[in-house]
Structure formats: structure tokens, C-alpha cells
Write a protein that binds this ligand. Structure first.
Ligand SMILES: [Zn+2]
Ligand SMILES: [Zn+2]
Length: 241
């Protein structure tokens, strides 16, 4: 359940975090998998996790993301708000981005997302928490959830690296029109040559994907004239690696 490490069915011992991802070939963004490796027999146990609230509010069920009615258990998962807090171990936990990142590193994805969600439900201006959510969603392959998180972060403050990450998430979701608009806005707003070069290159990729080859060619030309540096690929992946 990735609130705690999964226990190996054969050996009864706790697994260590192995990997995270979504179902192969799935475009559904309602669940993801966390894999735990048994330190004794080496078996991999996959833990299926519901994606909780992407844009949490005080009325969100922290477990499944559904909207809660006053005093009622969640219609989606049957938990009360108190039960969800206890199950996800957020009650009394240190709910900050650093604590959430430490939990992600240990594989405790549901606990970590719940820490960020309870933080954002209380205070939606916590920009770093939106960026942290976006990065994790993108790493899992939940690219639409990532894009929504980055958009919330950018509504608080513009940031070229987050805009590039948003463009990449939109491109990965196949929403090339949105990616093109994101890069247009970045090119207009930000001065740094390196960021603009990445925007030209990534935008050209989306233009190519839409069959707009002439515009793509001029984008690639601008990329090569504005920045010949090999740092472009490095920055492109900075928020997604
Ligand atoms: Zn085992
Ligand atoms: Zn629920």
C-alpha cells in the first residue's frame, strides 16, 4: 500500500523500495504501481496505489481524491477524513516538502503525496509543494497530473525551469498545442538564452509532431543560432530525471 513497505508473501519480511511507475501501455492516470523487493528471496511485490487528489482542497479525500460531503465517509473509498489521515500517516507528521521528499525516496509514495496534499489543502500558495508533486507525477508517468501541478506552481510565480517541465509534460501527454503555447510564453517572458534555446528546440519537436515542419525547421534554426551549447539536453531533463 506504499504507506509502509510491502511485506513479502513468501518470507514475511519487509521489502525495500525497487521502482515506481504506471501500468505499462496505460494512459489511465487513476493508479500507479510501487515495486518492493524482498531482501531475502528477491521477489518483487507490486503495490497498486490510487492517485489521490491532484489539486487538493480542504474537502478532498486524501486517500482517493474524491470530494467529501460534510461529516460523511468518502463516496469513493468509504473512509472518513479522520480514517484517511490515520491510514496515510499524516496526522502529527511533519508536513513539509523536505519530509515528503524523504518519504518518496523510501518508496512511501502514498504517505508522501498525502503530506504534500494536506499541506496544499491548508495553504495552496506553497509553490514548492506543487513543483514537488509535479516532479513525482512526471517521474511516475502521470503526465497530465504533472502538468496540472506545474500550472498551479506557475500561477504563483513564473519560473523558466518549471515552464520547461510543464512543456515536457504536455508533450508527453500528446498535448502538443498546449506545449507550443507554453514555450511561446516562455520565449516571450524569459531572457536567459539557455532557457529560450531549450524552448525553441522542444517547441520544434511539438511542431514536428503536428506535421508543422516549416515552423519546426525555423525553430531548430533559432535553437542553433541562439545557443550552440550542449547543456540544452541537460536542462531539459533537469526537472524530470
Ligand atoms: Zn521473500
Ligand atoms: Zn476517498
Amino acid at each position: 500500500m506504499s504507506v509502509k513497505p510491502a511485506i513479502c508473501k513468501e518470507c514475511g519480511v519487509e521489502g525495500t523500495f525497487a521502482k515506481v511507475g504506471r501500468f505499462p501501455d496505460s494512459t489511465d492516470e487513476r493508479t500507479y504501481l510501487v515495486g518492493w523487493r524482498c531482501p531475502r528471496c528477491g521477489n518483487l511485490t507490486a503495490d497498486m496505489c490510487p492517485v489521490g487528489p491532484i489539486e487538493a482542497t480542504p474537502r478532498s479525500c486524501l486517500n482517493c481524491g474524491d470530494e467529501l460531503a460534510d461529516g460523511e465517509p468518502c463516496a469513493g473509498c468509504g473512509m472518513t477524513a479522520t480514517e484517511a489521515h490515520a491510514f496515510l500517516a499524516v496526522e502529527g507528521a511533519r508536513g513539509d516538502v523536505e519530509a515528503a521528499n524523504a518519504a518518496f525516496e523510501r518508496g512511501l509514495y502514498r504517505h508522501a503525496f498525502a503530506l504534500l496534499d494536506s499541506l496544499l489543502a491548508d495553504d495552496p500558495t506553497q509553490r514548492d509543494a506543487w513543483v514537488a508533486k509535479g516532479r513525482r507525477y512526471q517521474r511516475i508517468g502521470l503526465v497530465r497530473a504533472a502538468a496540472r501541478s506545474y500550472e498551479r506552481a506557475l500561477a504563483i510565480r513564473r519560473d523558466a525551469l518549471v515552464e520547461i517541465a510543464l512543456g515536457c509534460a504536455q508533450e508527453e501527454a500528446g498535448d502538443h498545442e498546449a506545449a507550443i503555447r507554453t514555450y511561446d510564453a516562455l520565449i516571450e517572458y524569459h531572457d536567459a538564452a539557455g532557457h529560450r534555446a531549450i524552448a525553441y528546440g522542444n517547441q520544434a519537436n511539438s511542431l514536428s509532431a503536428l506535421g508543422r515542419f516549416e515552423e519546426a525547421a525555423s525553430g531548430y534554426l533559432r535553437l542553433s543560432t541562439s545557443c550552440r551549447s550542449e547543456t540544452a539536453d541537460g536542462v531539459r531533463c533537469l526537472l524530470t530525471e
